[in-house]
Design a protein around this ligand. Structure first.
Ligand code: ADP
Ligand code: MG
Length: 208
């Protein structure tokens, strides 16, 4: 199975389903250290993505990702909307026709670059960067060691999940959760968790 336009469309379809399934969990996580809207925001965004992609014709992976970026920017809202929008937009600019391992690594690097350009967070601040930065590093390591595109994506998704889990003991210093200071410790960051969910769907989409 190659990482082509059919894969990216499947990825977005699975993301819509997975975000809907995890809507309540994401709401609960955001209730603990934020304002409780992350699950709602993401579900609204990916429902709109599903509608935007349905029946439309796309020639390239980049065209799909650009549409996704545009849709997320205009529907998700909150802090996460512009951050995810920028991530998908930068990913679109980084990808070719059929993704090789290095293309996957480049897409991850471009996404996290966009998130950081927009949100100014670095690792350890208890944000989605703590999922994406390890995903980027794992992808580059996999690509360097001769892994396939699929293996590279798997490595990235696994690292994103681990990174999301690792936000629990962190103290938030960016975003709404930072208002809680020490009280943000002991909770998972909702945006890091939604990021892990999305990257896991990219892997699911390979498996068909
Ligand atoms: P809001 O915080 O406006 O209610 P959401 O609840 O939709 O927006 O999204 C919150 C998530 O956004 C956080 O869990 C975090 O992962 C992410 N986030 C917030 N601020 C930043 C930032 N400056 N950089 C990266 N990610 C951020
Ligand atoms: Mg929120």
């Amino acid at each position: 199975m190659s990482l082509d336009i059919a894969w990216v469309l499947r990825w977005m379809h699975l993301s819509q389903e997975a975000i809907a399934e995890n809507r309540v969990e994401l709401i609960d996580l955001d209730r603990q250290i934020g304002d409780g809207d992350h699950g709602e925001n993401m579900d609204r965004g990916f429902t709109a993505v599903g509608k935007a992609l349905e029946g439309a014709e796309f020639d390239t992976i980049a065209a799909v990702l650009k549409q996704v970026a545009k849709t997320l920017m205009s529907t998700v809202g909150g802090a996460a909307g512009p951050l995810y929008g920028t991530a998908f937009l930068r990913a679109a600019k980084a990808c070719g026709e059929e993704l090789e391992a290095q293309d996957v690594a480049d897409m991850m690097a471009a996404s996290v670059g966009g998130i950081q350009a927009r949100g100014k967070a670095t690792t350890g601040e208890k944000t989605m960067v703590d999922a994406w930065a390890p995903a980027r590093d794992a992808a580059q390591k996999a690509a360097d060691s001769g892994a396939s595109a699929e293996e590279t994506l798997r490595a990235a998704a696994a690292a994103a999940r681990e990174g999301a889990e690792a936000t629990k003991p962190m103290k938030a210093t960016k975003g709404r959760a930072s208002y809680l200071g020490e009280r943000s410790i002991g909770h998972l960051d909702p945006g890091a968790v939604s990021s892990a969910i999305l990257l896991e769907q990219a892997v699911e989409a390979i498996d068909g």
